[in-house]
Structure formats: structure tokens, C-alpha cells
Design a protein around this ligand. Sequence first.
Ligand code: GLP
Length: 255
Amino acid sequence: FSISGDCFVPNKIKLVVCKDSSAAALDAAGRIAVIVRERSTPVIGLATGSTPETVYAELVRLHREEKLSFRNASTFNLDEYVGLPSTHAQSYRAFMQAHLFSQIDVLPWRTHLLDGTAALPALECEAFEKRILAAGGVDLWLLGIGGNGHIAFNEPGSPVDSRTRIVALTPETIAANSDGRFFSDPAEVPRAALTAGIATIREARRVVLLATGAKKAAAVAAAMKGPFTESCPASLLQDHADCTFVLDEDAASLF
Ligand code: GLP
């Protein structure tokens, strides 16, 4: 469907507010673990950024200490920087290897990330969508949120029916990712990325958006309480049948 301008939809987003960021991460990890245990061939959508790092640490702990097995799981990551090979420390492939894949029993060929060095990005994006379909669709997609309300690299203005594609990053997102946590100089940050689209994400059977810290409070409040609008990509989850925002108290402070 299409939208013209901002509109209001029945807001079905469920809200969980945890006392701090660790508790929020444990909650999100627990939701992923339920799917991994329940489904015979679980399909999990993953995110990068600082926020999910603790989620992945908890999944590794569950694997080591509580026998959580990813042997039959497939994973799909939201996005990847254009031009960064998987060997680059700041590629999202390298991030996922370091924080999760190398520490659990997921089979390497079932971990799907877009290839930011693909010669034909449009074909790479189309193939990614096909791989999701072939896996039977995503059971649960874990998301973060940008300070401007972006999800994956869907910046404000991303169409609700957008699919996996190449996008330009906004100066705000380039700045947020060059504050020393990942890149230390904006000039080092790629200007473009491949990203799952809003429609790609909305098709996941379950969505869990994890946001922690006061820096995310305005974006979370706009997504939850504002109109359903492409100006705030996360608001486009409002009519999803099974979407939960897992927040800490700081991220929920503008409610
Ligand atoms: C990047 C990623 C997003 C992520 C966002 C917030 O832009 N592409 O998927 O949600 O950063 O990241 P952080 O958790 O570091 O604030």
C-alpha cells in the first residue's frame, strides 16, 4: 500500500520498559532465544551498532552455559557499508563475526549479510530478498534505532514499501558512527550502504526494537506517539502485528 503524507494508524506496538540497558538487552536476548528454541529452522534478523552488543554477549552466554544451539538457525543482517570488504574491521560482517558468529554454533553459510563490495549492488540486494524468501521469511528481526528515527539504514523519507537497496547515509548518521565507537573520523565512514528496506523489515513475523539511553528518547517517542510517517522510519512499525519496543528508562523518558 502507499501513504500520502502523515497519517494515524492503530498503534499496535507493545512496550517493555526495563530498569537499565543491561536488563533491556537481557529481555531482547530472551526473546531471540525463545524463537531459537521453539522453531525447528529459526530465521533471525540481526542488527549492528552499540546497542545489540550486550544482546549478543547474552546469546553467547546462553550458548555456552545453557546449551542454546544455533545449529539449525539462519541469520540475516539488516545492512552493510558500501565499499568495505568483510576483512575491514568496521564492516558489519566483521562486527557480527566478532560479537556473535565466531562464538556460537551457527553454520557460516547460514549467516547472510549483504556484500558491500558487490559489483552490481542492485543484483546483490535482489538476491538478499530471495534468500530471505527461500529461508521461509524472518521469524524475529532485532532492530536498533538511530537518533533520527532510522531503522537499518532507512533514513527519514524512506518509502514504506521500500525493499533492499543502496542508500546514501545522512550527515547525522555519518557523525553518529564516527564518534570513536566505530570510526574516529567522519571522512572514514562510507557514504553509502546496502540496507534491507522498510517493507523487508515489516514482513518479519515479529519485530523487537531495542533502544537504550537518553539519546534515543526523542526518536523512540516520535516512533511510538507521533504519526505513522516516512519522516520517522521507526513509526512505520506502528501497524505491525507483532512489534515490541524494548527500552530502558532513559530511552522511555519522553513518554
Ligand atoms: C546504524 C545501524 C542501525 C543501528 C543504528 C544505531 O546506523 N545501521 O541498524 O540501529 O546505527 O546504532 P547504535 O546502537 O550504535 O546507536
